[in-house]
Ligand binder design. Structure first.
Ligand code: IPE
Ligand code: IPE
Ligand code: MG
Length: 243
């Protein structure tokens, strides 16, 4: 039976911080702090396993609807990460990119994001995409607008709009689509994450709350992935043998 090649791109919804804190009788923001530590650990583990692309959902376009003090705390953790982590990521060969509408963030945060991208742009070990104020429907709407503008400028005829042209406009343009998706925290939904890119991704859900997600949990997900049979609408290898 044909096993899939190791994932070239892993996408993670890091969910469960609030519940992790609540179980300890702590405020939700305590869980977000612990969540950043888990993120640091997993970024390192993913790089060590030779997976070249990692995309993590840090803040969705819907997360602004959280209580104000929670949003404020998330912004300050983000700021702290930009100030404190980027150098280390750079030294470890990580190329950072942010996807999502960044205009919504404070100007200083936007500058931090741009600086991090510029500093790390030539790194080759791990492409780390951080989805911040990312929404999948907005991503598709922006892609559609981009195509409409190309048509208006006369660069593209309407009949030339196809999947390849749209793929060039989405936030993760130029990157291979995720092979494996992991959502921690027990919910089994996509929550507006990468609707274009996840079309043929293998989905893996686990109950572990994000701050508890360990290297062993990551390896379990990778082992599960290695047993999947990816068919992409075809018949897969065993079926072909009997054809
Ligand atoms: C994920 O954890 C982090 C963000 C959405 C920023 P949650 O904050 O959603 O934690 P739960 O799902 O409420 O436990
Ligand atoms: C998705 O988690 C967003 C992030 C993890 C950043 P949510 O906790 O916001 O998703 P829902 O509300 O349970 O769908
Ligand atoms: Mg959640």
């Amino acid at each position: 039976m044909g096993h899939p090649a190791p994932p070239r791109h892993l996408a993670i919804i890091m969910d469960g911080n609030g519940r992790w804190a609540a179980r300890r009788g702590k405020p939700r923001t305590y869980g977000h702090q612990a969540g950043t530590e888990a993120a640091r650990r997993i970024v390192r583990a993913v790089a060590e396993r030779g997976i070249p692309v990692l995309t993590v959902y840090a803040f969705s376009s819907e997360n602004w609807s959280r209580p104000r003090h929670e949003v404020t705390r998330l912004m300050s953790l983000f700021r702290h990460a930009l100030d404190r982590e980027v150098r280390k990521l750079h030294d470890n060969g990580v190329r950072l990119s942010f996807i999502g509408r960044r205009e919504a963030f404070a100007p200083s945060l936007q500058r931090g994001m741009t600086r991090a991208e510029e500093l790390t742009r030539n790194n080759q070990r791990l492409q780390l995409n951080v989805a911040a104020n990312y929404g999948g429907r907005a991503d598709l709407a922006d892609a559609a607008r981009g195509l409409a503008e190309r048509v208006q400028r006369g660069e593209l005829r309407p009949e030339e709009v196809n999947e390849d042209r749209l793929a060039e406009q989405v936030a993760l343009a130029g990157q291979p689509p995720p092979d494996l998706f992991i959502r921690t925290g027990g919910e089994q939904r996509l929550s507006n994450f990468l609707p274009w890119d996840l079309a043929y991704t293998e989905l893996y859900f686990c109950d572990t709350l994000w701050p508890d997600f360990s290297e062993a949990d990551l390896d379990r997900a990778l082992e599960d992935f290695a047993r999947r049979e990816r068919r992409f609408g075809g018949l897969g290898e065993p079926a072909l043998k009997h054809a």
